[in-house]
Design a protein around this ligand. Structure first.
Ligand code: ADP
Ligand code: MG
Length: 479
């Protein structure tokens, strides 16, 4: 007895921290504020409905065991959710769950840190002039904002990032030479390549670092041949301590360019200079590249960047907002991060256009505005499956009328159809538990969560039921 709520929560956090990844901890536990401890009920405040649902879906057993360890077997958890109003001028307020007492508390506590020392964003560098032999001050062409500080680490990029960091602090001296970074578009190759260059310059200001796109390299090469300055071109590149070439896949099929790059590469490598290249494919999948060049890539390390998980996407958005000194409601950030998964550039694009829309048209930043923007931004590769459609398929399958799902009836077969509709809606749409509940008989999110668990349990234990779920899933996906 007599333990204070913040002490209890602090102890809980210690246990939780040991059990989940760093980024997940930062995203889902650091924002939580303990509020009070009454008897054995600990109340914690969470920043949004989505946040709460995510905790319930993903961390509930961890939370339960932790709370019981700290408070004892009767330990319970209660949430206080900060609700964002869709109308701009009203303050956020909190609601409490799971108690039935719906007293809304005023709470203006949602905030995002504001502007501190923005990176001095230097203008786009000039193309450099080929200087001949003497060592002159080369314009590195590095973009300040693409720094390691601004590069969020996640499972998706851990290897590439740490290899890049190692290289930056010891260029040419690690076994990661060359370092080849590869991924599909918009996952951070260019950013990471710049970050390495910037870090080298920070640690070794005297080193000559150059970032070039492969198009720029090719253009300079072609020009040098035309101007009879081919030797200058080669010497210039052989002078680098760190050479970064972005999007090397554009060299494919360009034999002459590959040839000259091969010689530059050998010279640099033999002299302990660092080479970093990026590509949209792994070396084994690169086409139109000379085998001798590909074999050189294998000397070092090839590291890929993968699609970031939800925590990392949220952290990237938050970092960007923080750098720009802009605030955005937490639920909108979550919505964006949840909706755009495959490409960080698209994620940033949607963020920027929401901010622009909101400031140009003096519209509040709301989920609705975010939805409109996302529809414009995300390529419609997969057609969105609607909840109505899911209900229709499920009801057809059991030969019941669709409105039965929305009725109050507790007849076994209807309940099952309703639960299945909820289960598929959760799996196949981006709707929150709360809105799925609303569209399936005006139930609350807890009912939806319960339905999903029931269906999952049945799938595990009842073979016939499992077959039925699989059939339904096929039918839904068919359309
Ligand atoms: P690529 O070169 O792979 O196409 P970019 O490096 O241009 O991708 O990244 C696209 C955008 O996403 C850039 O604005 C970049 O700053 C941002 N970005 C990518 N990865 C991260 C990350 N891990 N942390 C923060 N921003 C990132
Ligand atoms: Mg790029």
């Amino acid at each position: 007895m007599g333990k204070s709520y913040d002490k209890v929560w602090e102890n809980c956090l210690k246990i939780i921290k040991d059990n989940i990844g760093d980024q997940a901890f930062k995203t889902w536990f650091e924002p939580i504020k303990p509020i009070k401890l009454e008897g054995s009920v600990l109340t914690i405040q969470v920043p949004s409905q989505f946040f709460y649902e995510w905790l319930e879906e993903n961390y509930i057993s961890l939370l339960k065991t932790t709370i019981k360890k700290e408070i004892g077997a009767s330990g319970r958890l209660e949430y206080s959710i900060i609700m964002q109003n869709s109308f701009d001028n009203s303050q956020p307020y909190t609601i409490k769950v799971p108690t039935s007492n719906k007293k809304a508390l005023r709470n203006p506590s949602l905030s995002i840190p504001i502007d501190i020392n923005r990176g001095s964003n230097s203008s786009i560098p000039n193309p450099f002039i080929i200087p001949g032999l003497q060592k002159i001050n080369v314009l590195s062409q590095l973009v300040d904002s693409y720094s390691f500080d601004n590069f969020i680490e996640g499972d998706c990029n851990r290897l590439a990032r740490s290899a890049g960091f190692a290289v930056a602090n010891n260029p040419g001296k690690t076994s990661f030479n060359p370092l080849l970074l590869y991924s599909t578009v918009g996952l951070g190759k260019t950013h990471l390549a710049h970050a390495i260059g910037i870090q080298v310059k920070n640690v070794f200001p005297e080193k000559t670092v150059l970032y070039v796109s492969s198009e720029q390299f090719m253009q300079q090469f072609v020009d040098s041949v035309r101007n009879n300055s081919h030797n200058d071109f080669v010497h210039f590149y052989q002078m680098m301590d760190v050479l970064i070439i972005d999007d090397i896949q554009f060299f494919s099929g360009k034999e002459k360019t590959q040839d000259v790059f091969f010689h530059i590469f050998n010279h640099l490598h033999q002299n302990g200079k660092q080479i970093i290249v990026t590509s949209d494919k792994a070396p084994v999948e690169m086409q139109g590249m000379e085998p001798r060049l590909l074999s050189r890539f294998k000397w070092g390390l090839s590291a890929d960047l993968q699609q970031p998980d939800l925590e990392t996407r949220i952290a990237i958005l938050e970092k960007k907002l923080y750098n720009d000194g802009v605030e955005m409601p937490r639920d909108v950030i979550e919505y964006l991060a949840y909706s755009i998964t495959a490409n960080i550039r698209e994620l940033e694009g949607a963020l920027i256009s929401i901010l622009a829309q909101s400031s140009l048209n003096k519209k509040a930043i709301t989920i609705d505005l975010a939805k409109q923007m996302i529809d414009k931004f995300v390529k419609n590769t997969t057609r969105e499956i609607s909840i109505d459609y899911i209900q229709k398929i499920v009801c057809d399958y059991f030969s019941i009328a669709v409105d039965m799902i929305n009725s109050k009836t507790r007849k076994r077969e209807i309940v099952q159809a309703r639960q299945l509709a909820m289960f598929f809606s959760k799996r196949m749409t981006k709707l929150s538990l709360a809105s799925i509940g609303l569209h399936c008989g005006n139930k609350d999110h807890a009912t939806v969560l319960h339905a999903c668990r029931t269906v999952n349990n049945l799938i595990d234990t009842d073979k016939q039921f499992k077959d039925c779920v699989e059939k339904l899933e096929k039918k839904i996906k068919l359309q």
